[in-house]
Design a protein around this ligand. Structure first.
Ligand SMILES: C[C@H](O)[C@H](O)[C@H]1CNC2=NC(N)=NC(=O)C2=N1
Length: 102
């Protein structure tokens, strides 16, 4: 079974601080969040375009809200009602894209 059809729920002792230090963990909501800020709207949208391509590839999609240069992201695996490895993969990709673009 592929990663996307049966994503692995994270171990109880998963080290979020090590894997995704910039993200806030909302355990009760089974979600992680990060607010990204870019120089302008074009950079924010470039970021979203890169994320969208990866989301399609992974079949795992962010909840996000954009105003001008800001992109507020929330990641959760709805099918599992949990934070899974897919959320971590997406978060780390987003971190890399933001780094690239800033
Ligand atoms: C059928 C398809 O694989 C699912 O609906 C995928 C699509 N994208 C998804 N994205 C997120 N964030 N959580 C999911 O459970 C999810 N499920």
């Amino acid at each position: 079974m592929s990663l996307a059809t049966n994503p692995q729920v994270l171990a109880e002792d998963f080290d979020f601080q090590k894997a995704i230090p910039e993200w806030t963990v909302h355990r009760a909501e089974h979600a992680i969040t990060r607010d990204f800020v870019f120089v302008d709207f074009d950079r924010a949208f470039e970021f979203m375009t890169l994320c969208a391509a990866y989301a399609s590839e992974l079949d795992h999609h962010p909840e996000w809200f954009n105003v001008w240069n800001k992109v507020n992201v929330r990641l959760s695996t709805h099918s599992k009602k949990a934070i899974t490895e897919l959320d971590i993969l997406m978060a780390q990709a987003m971190d890399r894209y933001a780094q690239q673009i800033s």
